[in-house]
Design a protein around this ligand. Sequence first.
Ligand SMILES: [Zn+2]
Length: 177
Amino acid sequence: MGMGTGSIQLARLFGIRIGASPSWFFVLFIMIYMLSGYFREVLVGHSDTTAYVVAVAGTLLFFLSLIMHELGHALVARRSGIGISGIDLWFFGGLAKLTRDTSSPGEEFRVAAAGPAVSCQAIARVMRPPSSGNAGIMFSTNSATLASALNASTTSISEPEAKPNVAASSVSSPSIA
Ligand SMILES: [Zn+2]
């Protein structure tokens, strides 16, 4: 079964359909189940309900960050005039489905870099201590580096992520993980 078939809509963000394949619900279940067990052991003196709530919150935050990553790809692709048919969560993560492939190495780089750029900014935000000036500067430097990376138009790199071997249904529509 391909990626586009049986996708269930979860939300719409910036006019982009966010969906999930049935296989994703399996992953969701397994993650909550395993994290619940983990937090039951780690959160000594707390109830099982607390462990469960923390597990659900952690799992949802993880998938929210995945969606933000894919939105980074999708929004930059859209700015380049590439249509977005949607973002899908599935067994191995997330995919932004584009209506056409990127037409130049620069465009490809910007679209590919936008996903990790969002992820890095999210990580920088989470890791930044509330009252530390140094970490703030580190964050700004990261942003500046990412901004210049996004503006680079001559370099062509492939994103250092495992790209799933997309078969069947996505042959006509390129997707980026
Ligand atoms: Zn990506």
